[in-house]
Design a protein around this ligand. Structure first.
Ligand SMILES: Nc1ncnc2c1ncn2[C@@H]1O[C@H](COP(=O)(O)OP(=O)(O)OP(=O)(O)O)[C@@H](O)[C@H]1O
Length: 477
C-alpha cells in the first residue's frame, strides 16, 4: 500500500508522469486486486459468491433488457403443407443439459425402460446461460397450453444483447447445431421412430443386427457396405452434380430372409435413426409429405411390405366408421387418401423436399407385385435380393448361435443340402435356438434339411411349435 500511496502522490505532484510511473501504478494496482481476490475466495463461501454473482448479473441484465433480443424456437415450423420438425428446437433440447452452469437450477431426469442411459431435459421456466466466445446467451423453455388443445406447447426462447445479433445467427446457432450432431454421433444411440398422430414417437433401436451377424452372401454384404460408404463420402459430389444427397434401396425376398435385420444392420452401421413409416397411418399425400419432412437428417425412412400397401382408401369419417383415433378426431382423417402409384409418382418430389443424408428403404416379399414405376431405373438405387440360406450364410448363423467359428465335419453335407432346398435364415435360426450343443444342433439341421429335400418342397412352417415371426414389430425387436 505504501508503494501505491507513493506512486499516486508522485503522479499528482509531477506535471508530466513518465511511462515508468504509469507502469508502476498499473503493477501496484494488479497486485492489490490479486490479493483482494485471493482474500475474498478464502473468506467468502462459494455458495455466497455464486449467489452474489447471480444477483449482480440479473441486476445489470434489468438495465440492459431494453437492448435484449429474443428468438422464439418452436418445436415445429408451420408451412403451407403443415407442421415441419424444427431441428433447432431438438438441438437445443439435447445441447442445453450438457451446458449446465452456475445459473442453472433444475434439470428433469428420467430412466426410461427403452433407453440405456438417463435422459434429461431442461425444466420449464428455468434460465440456462450459455457463454460462447465471451458472450452470454440465455435460454428459457417456455411451456404453455393453449385453450383449444390439451397438449402443452413448448418453445425455447433464446435472448442476447442486440449487439450480438450477427454472432448469434452466424456463429452461435450453427455451433449449437454442430454440437448436437456431434453429440448424436458420439452417443451412438440409434433411435427408431414410429408415427403417432402427426408426430414421430421415438424409442431406442434395440435390434442387435449388424453386418457381422447377418447371414448373407459375403459378396452381397460387401457390395452393400461399399455402397453405403461411398454414399457417405460423396456429399460434395452430389452437390456438384445437383442431385439430392439420398440413396434408395429396395429389399425383396421371402419372409424371414432378413429384410428387417438388414435395415437394423444398416442403421447400426451408419448410426442413422430409423423412421418406420406405415402407409396405413398416412391419410393423404399432404400427410405423407409432412411425415417425411419431419424426419431428421442422417436417417433411414423405411416403408415395409410395400406390396401390401397397394391402395390406401379414403378415410373420410362416416357414421359406420366413426373416428376412433386421436388423429381422426383431430380432423387428420379427412384427406382424400392416396394410391401406391400416387405415392411412387410422388417420390421425386419427396426426394428433393426432405433435407439431406437420407436413405429410403422399401421392403417387399413380392417384387413381382410392385408397381413398375418403383422399379424404373433411377428410382431405387439398389435392388437387394435377400434369398434362401446357402452355405456361406449358414456359417454365420452357426457362429452366431452355436459359436462354431471354424470348420465342422457336418458343414459339407449341410452345404450340399442347402443348395437343393429353399429354407430361410429365420427358419434355420429358430431351429438352432433350440440346442446348446453344437454337434446336436448341426445333426438336427442336417436331418431337417434331408427331410425337406425328400419332400422337395418349401416348408416354412416345419414345426407347428415354431414361433410366428411378426413382421409388424420386426424392426423394433
Ligand atoms: N439373413 C439373416 N441373417 C441373420 N438372421 C436372420 C436373417 N434372416 C432372418 N434372420 C432371423 O430371422 C428373424 C426374422 O428376420 P427378419 O424379420 O429380418 O426377416 P424379414 O425378411 O424382414 O421378414 P418379413 O418379410 O416377414 O418381415 C430375425 O430376427 C433373425 O433372427
Amino acid at each position: 500500500m505504501a508503494l501505491y500511496t507513493k506512486n499516486v502522490s508522485s503522479y499528482f505532484t509531477s506535471s508530466m508522469p513518465s511511462a515508468s510511473s504509469w507502469f508502476e501504478l498499473y503493477a501496484a494496482f494488479s497486485t492489490f486486486m490479486m490479493l483482494l481476490r485471493t482474500a475474498i475466495n478464502d473468506i467468502v463461501p462459494l455458495q455466497l459468491r455464486n449467489f452474489i454473482t447471480t444477483k449482480l448479473e440479473s441486476f445489470f441484465a434489468n438495465f440492459q433488457s431494453g437492448n435484449q433480443v429474443s428468438l422464439k424456437i418452436d418445436r415445429t415450423w408451420d408451412r403451407n403443407s403443415g407442421k415441419n420438425r424444427n431441428e433447432l428446437y431438438h438441438a437445443a433440447h439435447e445441447y442445453l443439459p450438457s451446458r449446465i452452469n452456475r445459473t442453472y437450477k433444475a434439470l428433469k431426469v428420467a430412466k426410461l425402460e427403452d433407453c440405456k442411459n438417463l435422459v434429461h431435459a431442461v425444466d420449464g421456466n428455468q434460465q440456462v446461460v450459455d457463454e460462447f466466445e465471451g458472450t452470454n446467451f440465455t435460454w428459457m423453455l417456455d411451456e404453455r397450453t393453449e385453450k383449444d388443445s390439451s397438449k402443452p406447447k413448448y418453445t425455447f426462447i433464446l435472448s442476447f444483447h442486440e449487439k450480438h445479433r450477427d454472432k448469434a445467427i452466424q456463429r452461435y446457432i450453427p455451433h449449437v447445431l454442430r454440437t448436437y450432431e456431434a453429440m448424436k454421433a458420439e452417443q451412438k444411440i440409434v433411435k427408431i421412430y414410429s408415427r403417432s398422430c402427426d408426430y414421430w414417437e421415438q424409442s431406442e433401436l434395440t435390434h442387435p443386427a449388424t453386418f457381422d451377424t447377418l447371414a448373407l452372401d459375403p459378396d452381397l454384404k460387401k457390395a452393400i457396405i461399399d455402397d453405403l460408404d461411398r454414399f457417405l463420402r460423396r456429399k460434395e459430389l452430389y452437390k456438384r452434380v445437383g442431385k439430392p444427397w439420398k440413396r434408395g434401396y429396395l429389399l425383396y425376398g421371402p419372409p424371414g430372409t432378413g429384410k428387417s435385420s438388414l435395415v437394423a444392420a444398416i442403421a447400426n452401421y451408419l448410426k442413422f435413426d430409423v423412421y418406420d413409416l406405415e402407409l396405413n397411418s398416412v391419410f393423404s399425400n399432404t400427410d405423407l409429405m409432412r411425415a417425411i419432412r419431419n424426419t431428421s437428417n442422417r436417417s433411414i425412412i423405411v416403408i415395409e411390405d410395400i406390396d401390401c400397401n397397394r391402395e390406401v382408401q379414403p378415410r373420410s369419417a362416416t357414421t359406420e366408421d366413426p373416428p376412433d383415433s386421436e388423429c381422426e378426431k383431430e380432423g387428420m382423417g379427412k384427406g382424400k387418401g392416396f394410391t401406391l402409384s400416387g405415392l411412387l409418382n410422388y417420390m421425386d418430389g419427396l426426394w428433393s423436399s426432405c433435407g439431406e443424408e437420407r436413405i429410403i428403404v422399401f421392403t417387399t416379399n413380392h417384387k413381382e407385385r410392385i408397381d413398375a414405376a418403383l422399379l424404373r431405373p433411377g428410382r431405387m438405387d439398389m435392388h437387394i435380393n435377400l434369398s434362401f440360406l446357402k452355405g456361406k450364410g449358414f456359417r454365420v448363423l452357426a457362429n452366431n448361435y452355436l459359436g462354431v467359428d471354424g470348420d465342422h465335419p457336418l458343414f459339407q453335407q449341410i452345404d450340399q443340402l442347402l443348395e437343393k432346398t429353399e429354407v430361410t435364415p429365420a427358419v434355420v435360426a429358430e431351429h438352432l435356438m433350440r440346442y446348446e450343443d453344437p454337434d446336436l444342433a448341426l445333426e438336427a439341421i442336417a436331418k431337417f434339411l434331408t427331410e425337406m429335400d425328400g419332400h422337395n418342397q418349401v416348408d416354412l412352417q416345419f414345426n407347428t411349435t415354431t414361433t410366428t415371426i411378426s413382421t409388424q414389430s420386426s424392426l423394433a425387436a
